[in-house]
Design a protein around this ligand. Structure first.
Ligand SMILES: Nc1ncnc2c1ncn2[C@@H]1O[C@H](COP(=O)(O)OP(=O)(O)OP(=O)(O)O)[C@@H](O)[C@H]1O
Length: 345
């Protein structure tokens, strides 16, 4: 903390209080609000359903030929994408959302980042106990997509300076923007690549991992308090992926809440994550720290064999249960009772 945070619009300034380090001061144009630190983003019972479109739409000519059963296929059905998801993400920590493809990771991230149409999402999202209004969330958060569009002919430094010009208040001096860019280059571990062009297929530039870190830099230039990242390590080799998550840990430890989705973290990456939520078909099947994975699965009757990657084991077991006739219901229920026992402890 300690770096003055400024909104893109310039209407809200978030100033971390060096004089009052136990508080964060949110300066609205209409006044000042103080929130206690550490910041905790809590979400409770998030449930989201969509109406799926009919399986097929027959031309009018054929409508009279279909049976009652076929007719059912034509009516819209409700599909539950998230069901009763609860948890919390804390300042200084990384919360990772895991699960197989289609389990609901991106949907949960969207729900937390207020990217789902109002009214369709049930449940609550609060920051330090207060409802997180969309206006405030917009100013204090950033959402990093899998791949931002970058200009291939600009260097890393020029790209970040360009973002600073666009995203920091116009009242901030050029030298302050330069200082912010330098601090960011340092934080992202991009010192050696600062003068390298981004490049593209035809013109070699920075590596895939560096490119991903530049994308993150663009989105965090205004020093957001909450950072959402959709699969920030996808498509990267294990070393580059580790470096990206290492940077995210540094960002979290400098006073932010980091929430990311990830497919299969390596052993080293797992060591950088603080909290995990495993999803299966929109339901929570595990929620806790990486260190509690072993005792959780042991208590569930499926101990993780020694030397096995814990997340790989968990994802494989979840997939096996999904494919079995009993499904993941037993694991969902076990997680609920395990959670309540943890709270009682
Ligand atoms: N608007 C929608 N209407 C119907 N189904 C949807 C909608 N949005 C998402 N889905 C479905 O919800 C499920 C969860 O999608 P989501 O994108 O959250 O999964 P994911 O875990 O992020 O997957 P991946 O790892 O492949 O990105 C998927 O089966 C997807 O097809």
């Amino acid at each position: 903390m300690g770096v003055p945070r400024a909104s893109e619009s310039g209407q809200l300034q978030v100033v971390t209080g060096d004089e009052t380090p136990e508080h964060i001061v949110l300066e609205f144009s209409s006044g000042v609000e103080t929130r206690p630190l550490p910041l905790v983003l809590s979400f409770s019972n998030l449930t989201y359903s969509v109406k799926t479109s009919p399986k097929m739409k027959l031309p009018q000519l054929f409508r009279g030929c279909i049976t009652a059963d076929d007719g059912d296929n034509l009516s819209a059905k409700t599909r539950v994408l998230l069901s009763g998801i609860s948890g919390e993400a804390r300042e200084g920590e990384i919360l990772a959302v895991l699960g197989a493809s289609g389990s609901g990771k991106s949907t949960l991230m969207d729900a937390l980042a207020n990217r789902i149409a109002k009214g369709s999402l049930k449940g609550t999202v609060t920051l330090n106990g207060e409802n997180l209004e969309s206006r405030l969330l917009k100013v204090i958060s950033a959402y990093v997509m899998q791949d931002d569009l970058l200009f291939p002919m600009l260097t890393v430094e020029e790209t970040l300076m360009f973002a600073a010009e666009f995203r920091l208040p116009s009242t901030l001096s050029k030298s302050k923007k330069k200082t912010r860019v330098q601090a960011l280059i340092d934080q992202l571990g991009l010192d050696n690549a600062a003068k390298t062009v981004i490049g593209n297929e035809g013109h070699r530039g920075v590596s895939g991992g560096e490119r991903r870190r530049v994308s993150i830099g663009i989105d965090i230039i205004h020093d957001p308090i909450i950072l959402f990242l959709d699969e920030p390590t996808s498509g990267l080799d294990s070393t580059s992926a580790f470096m990206v998550v290492n940077v995210l840990q540094r960002i979290a430890q400098s006073g932010s809440i980091v929430i990311m989705s990830i497919h299969q973290p390596s052993y080293r990456i797992l060591g950088l994550l603080d909290r995990l939520i495993f999803l299966s078909r929109g339901q929570t099947v595990f929620s806790g720290s990486p260190t509690s994975l072993a005792s959780f699965f042991e208590s569930f009757g499926h101990p993780i064999p020694k030397n096995e990657n814990r997340t790989e084991f968990a994802l494989d077991l979840i997939r096996e249960l999904e494919e079995s006739s009993e499904g993941t219901e037993s694991l969902v229920e076990f997680n609920k009772s395990w959670q309540s026992k943890q709270i009682q402890k």
